[in-house]
Write a protein that binds this ligand. Structure first.
Ligand SMILES: Cc1cc2nc3c(=O)[nH]c(=O)nc-3n(C[C@H](O)[C@H](O)[C@H](O)COP(=O)(O)OP(=O)(O)OC[C@H]3O[C@@H](n4cnc5c(N)ncnc54)[C@H](O)[C@@H]3O)c2cc1C
Length: 398
């Protein structure tokens, strides 16, 4: 195999457009193929892009576009079910604040940025198969069309088709005993505009933050041992979920009020929280994985999107500097795997805490102030994750 000059990027979510932009910067011609024809999404999928993610986005000139739709979040404030503040994770010294934004806004600005840079993004192209030959790799789509390039990159998310094409025995996402909800409440609660609040309630965890329009975004992680897909969760009406959540948070502030002012159409249920177990094979032949398809550390990490963005940039750098796809893919995996597995391990600890049940959750709330002063200091916990920087001008060696 010779130096890579063309690529098919499968999936136009977060990693896909960044991947294509980074390949363009590396001198490789790329096009994105996305299963859905529209970028429309429902409300509720909120995420944060951490300083490391913003820094990686700057390498493809997309950081300002993302900042323009994200709210700066300088601090994470922990509270108990009575609304009492029990500790704070301040932003790390010298780093810009993370940005909180709706996932559909993030995807939209990244796609717009890629299109403006001349990247072709084809909608309605669901990959179903891929065949390798001496000439390259041919992607086959559900609509009967096909495309050929030197390599195929799977930025197709946690339910990746490319992952199965690389290794039919690869694991799928694992569901955790935590149900995930996101919503907007039509009320403002007393809160700092630059802080995300995390409440260790009696029965469930709640996160919230004030929005510039006077409303409040919130998400809930509710311990529940029954695995539930998004589709199964949406078989129940939003009304029914709201009733259950209102009972659970009935005597907790400010959850009770936030839920009382939430309309069913502004609640999204995601089913069980999901993580990707360790994926043994990230690449085979002309195919490679980037983002959630290879490493989805769960939403509790606050790093899924940022890691996906970093991985895209570092793969492009490897393809730029190494003589062929196999050596670039191997080097990419060796650069990325230790980092993403470390983040996943931290998120797993957070998830265990959230799924503990009422007594242990209350204990966690009680122990949090001490933990924040000792083992969980912001720099110690988040420093390595958020201070990570990619030096684009550095040549990647074998
Ligand atoms: C509730 C929730 C909260 C989260 N909070 C955070 C957070 O605070 N911080 C953070 O960094 N991350 C967070 N994440 C995770 C973050 O959303 C993901 O890590 C990130 O979106 C990964 O990007 P990706 O491009 O790999 O996958 P995705 O963004 O999922 O994109 C995959 C794309 O591939 C397309 N696709 C799938 N199959 C095919 C196919 N066969 N052919 C063509 N296209 C296909 C999909 O339609 C989709 O557009 C959260 C996730 C959830 C669900």
């Amino acid at each position: 195999m010779t130096k890579v000059s063309t690529a098919l990027v499968i999936g136009g979510g977060v990693a896909g457009p960044v991947m294509a932009l980074a390949l363009q910067k590396a001198g490789i011609v790329a096009a994105v193929y996305e299963a859905y024809s529209s970028t429309a999404d429902t409300i509720g999928g909120m995420l944060t892009v951490a300083p490391n993610g913003l820094d990686a986005l700057a390498l493809v000139g997309a950081d300002e576009a993302v900042r323009s739709v994200g709210q700066p979040m300088s601090s994470m404030i922990m509270a108990d079910g009575r609304g009492r503040q029990i500790g704070e994770f301040p932003g790390l010294v010298g780093l810009p604040p993370s940005r909180a934004l709706w996932r559909f806004d993030l995807c939209r600005v990244l796609r717009d940025h890629a299109v403006a840079a001349g990247v072709p993004i084809h909608g309605g192209k669901r990959l179903v198969n891929a065949e390798e030959s001496a000439a390259g790799i041919t992607a086959r789509f559900a609509d009967g069309s096909k495309a050929l390039a030197d390599i195929l990159i799977g930025t197709d998310g946690i339910r990746s088709t490319v992952r199965t094409l690389i290794d039919p025995a690869s694991p799928g996402p694992r569901q955790l005993p935590l149900l995930n909800f996101g919503a907007i409440s039509n009320m403002t609660v007393p809160a700092r505009p630059d802080a995300m609040y995390f409440v260790f309630g009696k029965q469930a965890f709640l996160g919230y933050w004030n929005q510039p329009d006077g409303r409040t975004g919130w998400f809930s992680n509710l311990p529940d041992p029954t695995p539930m897909t998004i589709a199964q969760a949406r078989e129940q009406s939003a009304d029914a979920w709201l009733r259950r959540l209102r009972e659970i948070y009935a005597d907790e502030a400010p959850a009770r009020d936030l839920l009382a002012h939430t309309e069913p159409e502004n609640l999204t249920s995601f089913g069980s929280m999901e993580i990707m177990p360790k994926v043994p094979r990230w690449h085979r032949g002309r195919m490679v994985l980037v983002g959630d398809s290879a490493h989805a550390p769960s939403s509790s990490s606050g790093q899924g999107a940022s890691l996906a963005i970093e991985s895209a940039i570092q793969l492009a750098q490897c393809l730029r500097d190494l003589p062929d796809a196999p050596s670039a893919f191997s080097r990419y995996e060796s650069l990325r795997r230790p980092r993403v597995e470390k983040v996943a391990a931290r998120a797993a600890k957070t998830n265990t805490g959230k799924a503990l049940g009422p007594v242990a959750t209350r204990m966690m709330g009680l122990l949090m102030p001490l933990a924040l002063k000792t083992v969980m200091k912001a720099e110690k916990t988040l420093g390595a994750e958020q201070r990570f920087r990619i030096d684009w001008d550095e040549t990647v060696g074998v």
